[in-house]
Design a protein around this ligand. Structure first.
Ligand code: SAH
Ligand code: SF4
Ligand code: F3S
Length: 450
């Protein structure tokens, strides 16, 4: 009896440990951060958004451009001051993600206050590493994709839309890119495993699933019959779930836009008419030097085919300016290409030389030229985005509402074309799909009326 009382008192008076996690980079890192949260919540940790309160700080990092990596080191510098004030057993710092994979031991050499380094394919080992506190093996950079997914937990993170990683890694080896080295070779999760995860979310009333992969359209997961299935098969399979209303996927490579996937844009009404299809450059010379494995003409043929089955498809892309050897003429080709295709949104970056990639040593475009090209490209892309959004004024669009807006009674969501949109309404619209009328278009979103 006495023992029972004591243990009750201990449980209630012991404060829960807290975890703080920051995600850098792409959506796949956001997904991984959610999984890391699930692992530690399962171990009794509470979440905090204040580093000062945390016992465990996880930086889930990105290595794609130099700036992304440097941001991690400057954050570590700031965390150092907090850590120095705490007892070393009560504050552990973890570097996870793509910088962890790429730099491994180097991180501990550069920042000795980092306690654990864990790569994107082995973070399921983190609770065990921390429990056992092996002082000599606190780095894990193995590629354990299969084992990882079998050891994760999948709890809903919100009420409306969930990311689901279905494919990881990349075998394309574009000459500028670190992903094949940080995430490893292409791996696809089995269909049933993905379905189970999604059913878990739809049981919680999730209405939208965004299928993720560094090369999502190279998906080739094993089906129930043991045979390899493609992305179109998976999309059609998950669209059979009644509660699921919207499906999206990203990021795709132009050479993997198969006929079955293109056709599903014409036949599957749950597949949203939005496609993020990076091309990187509008110049064939540069595409070749980038090892992209396709020409501008091939890309245009792919989008023509998609438009023939889904004429209103909204296209998005990524561009790199100032790639080694990019001439004024190459850049002009990119500008003409953008004018021709008319993207509804696109992301563009200055080329950043990355360690270990084939293009690294060739970085030869002056930074001033890179900046000027980026500015010119971004203003053209912005103009296209503004014009695209303006064309919807006075038209009706279907929105899935995701969250409250900045103002009272305001709700924010996404149109089928992935535009951000908001309305004012007296009733809570979160997780509802409604047809609205577009009143106005701001720089970033559509103002609508229900
Ligand atoms: N798998 C995707 C994108 C991966 S990285 C694809 O095949 O396109 C996301 C974007 O970052 C890329 O599309 C590219 O535009 C940009 N990027 C990658 N490496 C870069 C580098 N070294 N410098 C500048 N931008 C880069
Ligand atoms: Fe990087 Fe190219 Fe692979 Fe995309 S396809 S992840 S840009 S190597
Ligand atoms: Fe960055 Fe790794 Fe994603 S390098 S963009 S976090 S795959």
């Amino acid at each position: 009896m006495l023992y029972a009382i004591q243990s009750f008192m201990t449980n209630s008076s012991v404060k829960k440990k807290k975890i703080f996690i920051k995600s850098y980079g792409c959506q796949m890192n956001v997904y991984d951060s959610n999984r890391i949260k699930d692992l530690f919540v399962n171990q009794g940790y509470a979440l905090t958004n204040k580093i000062e309160e945390a016992n465990l700080v996880v930086l889930n990092t990105c290595h794609i451009r130099e700036k992304a990596t440097e941001k991690v080191y400057s954050d570590i510098g700031r965390i150092k001051k907090i850590k120095n004030k705490r007892h070393k057993n009560n504050f552990k710092l973890v570097v996870a993600g793509c910088v962890a994979q790429a730099e491994g031991k180097e991180i501990k050499n550069r920042s000795p206050l980092v306690d654990y380094v864990v790569g994107p394919q082995s973070y399921h080992k983190l609770p065990e590493m921390i429990d056992n506190d092996y002082s000599n093996i606190n780095i894990n950079d193995e590629f354990l994709q299969n084992e990882k997914f079998k050891n994760l937990l999948f709890n809903s993170t919100n009420k409306v839309s969930e990311f689901v990683s279905i494919q990881e890694g990349c075998n394309k080896f574009c000459s500028f890119c670190v992903v094949p080295y940080t995430r490893g070779s292409e791996f696809s999760r089995p269909v049933e495993e993905v379905l189970k995860e999604i059913q878990n979310y739809t049981a919680n009333n999730i209405k939208e699933i965004i299928l993720l992969g560094q090369n999502v359209n190279a998906y080739h997961g094993k089906g129930k019959d043991g045979k390899s299935k493609d992305l179109a098969y998976l999309i059609n399979k998950i669209s059979e779930l009644d509660k699921l209303k919207r499906i999206r996927y990203m990021t795709s490579h132009p050479i993997d836009m198969s006929k079955s996937l293109i056709d599903s844009h014409g036949t599957n009404s749950k597949l949203m008419p939005f496609l993020h299809l990076p091309i990187q450059s509008g110049s064939d010379n540069i595409l070749k030097a980038m090892n992209r494995k396709h020409s501008v003409k091939d890309y245009i043929e792919v989008i023509e085919k998609i438009k023939s089955v889904r004429p209103d498809i909204a296209l998005s892309s990524d561009f790199i300016v100032g790639f080694p050897g990019e001439t004024d003429k190459d850049f002009e080709d990119t500008m003409r290409f953008v004018e021709k295709v008319k993207f509804v949104i696109a992301y563009s970056f200055k080329y950043s030389a990355r360690p270990g990639t084939p293009a690294q040593k060739k970085d030869n475009v002056d930074i001033k030229i890179k900046k000027a090209r980026l500015k010119a490209l971004q203003s053209l892309l912005k103009l296209q985005q503004v014009n695209y959004n303006k064309a919807f004024i006075n038209h009706n669009l279907e929105i899935l509402f995701e969250k409250e807006g900045r103002y009272k009674n305001q709700y924010v969501g996404r149109t089928i074309y992935n535009q951000s949109a908001f309305v004012s309404h007296s009733k809570n619209l979160i997780n509802k799909i409604r047809k609205v009328k577009v009143l106005r278009s701001t720089d970033f979103a559509l103002e609508c009326q229900l």
